[in-house]
Design a protein around this ligand. Structure first.
Ligand SMILES: *Cc1c(COP(=O)(O)O)cnc(C)c1O
Length: 487
């Protein structure tokens, strides 16, 4: 696509010698490089790095950053992602040398502070889950799903049971069937009923002695809390199967409902969603899992343990463990931010997070649903899924056109075309961190866009550096490297 504001690469702006630092005359004896680093350990030529002044570099990155949408600059109602504001305080704390300068190969005795934090985080996450034991190792939500399913597989293997199937609802996130497949299970999809809940009759028909786990997302990806979850847990447990809760939507129920009380046996968290971890540009994330007591022996090793003498250590002595799923302690930087967030909110603060997230989503939904109907539910949890099907039929304007036009209005687009059970889906999640004024202005933009001519909408966005990239080519043939010209 035509790019009206091409930004040259740093390599293209490079000028030989521009980055050269000027050192004072040597006033100590000169030592040859060979004496310090033998030639065999050195590259033959210096690395081919661009040479620029500091000001060139600062401007380059500052200008680039304004070409993108970001939470710092724009409202980012990306459903299913909980793109809430990440308090800057947590960033500052995570950069304290006591955190940022730790090394995983330090001895445990010198890592007591970090281990104490991770230990406490394990217990907070267990408490919020209403479950018993936690592993902080997995590196993302999807990785947590896979790890938890490996834990379930180990549990059944240990009991001498051969269970091959994992059931997922048709509204589930794509990572659910993918994780189940990676963990060696066969996946079977369960239809949703007309209300957008799990179809109980379908579920009953499909639970049998081969069923290992049913993965539920509650609240679901259509933004609804499935009140049948207790009955679903009962049906599974009756047949010896387990209930997995995809905790990506924990933001809506923090401190209000515990997955363990719903009957879930195992779950993952997405700290980068729920606990304000930095979230974007592909990471980093984390995917801690929480499980019921009888599954604890199978958790990845090590877990952080506390001895009778109040010292913390990494406990590797777990003979039934599935083994390690991540190097060292997990993504401690993200986990530490989650710890700071949980501690700074406190129990009442976490409950308020959930209540305000639900209030904000319902408020926004009520402002737009006459023009963008919401097929499932009159009320929602933390997000709602509207449809642009009417606009598509009447005016040929699709969800994608609306999403693209929102960029011109200064808003990141909502999630589109997911979940699959809603045609022309626009999945909107405002989160608790947005003000009423922001929600009002966003609703106004959505309503204004519905009135605009299809010609404008088909060409949108008109004001961004790139307008409609070919997404398939961009995904299949990404250009990720640039070779500097020979000097
Ligand atoms: C985000 C999400 C996941 C996957 O989590 P990652 O951290 O992106 O791997 C799984 N399920 C649901 C419902 C999600 O929204």
């Amino acid at each position: 696509m035509h790019n009206p504001h091409p930004v040259p690469l740093l390599f293209e702006s490079s000028r030989p010698g521009r980055a050269t630092a000027i050192f004072p005359k040597l006033d100590v004896p000169e030592v040859s490089l060979d004496a310090l680093i033998p030639a065999g350990f050195r590259d033959e030529a210096p690395p081919e790095l661009p040479e620029l002044s500091e000001l060139d570099v600062v401007r380059h990155y500052t200008n680039l950053s304004t070409l993108n949408m970001s939470i710092d600059a724009n409202f980012y109602p990306l459903g299913s992602c909980t793109m809430k504001y990440n308090p800057k305080r947590n960033e500052r704390l995570a950069n304290f040398p006591g955190m940022a300068a730790q090394h995983p190969y330090q001895s445990e005795s010198t890592l007591q502070g970090l281990l104490a934090i991770l230990y406490d985080l394990q217990s907070y996450l267990a408490e919020i889950a209403g479950l018993h034991a936690v592993s902080l190792q997995p590196a993302a939500g999807a990785h947590g799903e896979m790890t938890a399913l490996l834990v379930a597989a180990a549990y059944f293997r240990d009991r001498g049971e051969k269970r091959t199937k994992v059931l997922v609802p048709d509204s589930s996130h794509g990572t659910n069937p993918a994780s189940a497949t990676l963990a060696g299970f066969e996946v079977q999809t369960i239809k949703s009923d007309a209300r957008g809940f799990v179809d109980l009759d379908e579920l009953k028909k499909n639970i049998d002695g081969q069923t290992a786990v049913f993965m539920i997302t509650n609240p679901s990806t259509v933004g609804l809390f499935d009140p049948q979850v207790g009955e679903i847990a009962r049906l599974l447990h009756e047949k010896g199967a387990l209930l997995y809760l995809d905790g990506a939507n924990m933001n809506a129920i923090l401190g209000v409902v515990r997955p363990g009380d719903m009957g879930a046996d195992l779950m993952h968290y997405n700290p980068h969603k729920t606990f304000s971890g930095p979230h974007g540009g592909g990471g980093p994330g984390a995917g801690p899992i929480a499980v019921r007591d009888f599954l604890a022996p199978y958790l990845p090793a090590p877990v952080v343990a506390k001895g009778p003498d109040q010292t913390y250590r990494l406990d590797y002595d777990r003979p039934k463990s599935i083994g390690r799923v991540r190097a060292f302690f997990g993504n401690t930087g993200v986990l530490f931010r989650a710890y700071c967030y949980i501690r700074s909110q406190g129990p009442d603060g976490l409950k308020n997070v959930a209540k305000h997230a639900v209030l904000n989503a319902n408020y926004l939904m009520s402002l737009v649903k006459d023009v963008y109907p919401v097929p499932y539910g009159d009320r929602c949890m933390h997000e709602f899924v509207a449809t642009a099907r009417g606009l598509a039929k009447e005016r040929g304007v699709r969800a994608m056109d609306i999403a693209k036009r929102l960029l011109d209005y200064g808003y990141h687009a909502p999630t589109v075309y997911f979940p699959l059970i809603v045609p022309e889906a626009l999945m909107v999640e405002p989160t608790e961190t947005e003000s009423r004024e922001t929600l009002d202005a966003f609703a106004k933009a959505l309503l204004a866009i519905a009135q605009e001519s299809p010609e404008v909408l088909h060409d949108a966005p008109l004001n961004t550096p790139v307008n409609r990239p070919d997404e398939v080519t961009a995904a299949r043939n990404p250009i990720l490297s640039w070779k500097p010209p020979a000097r």
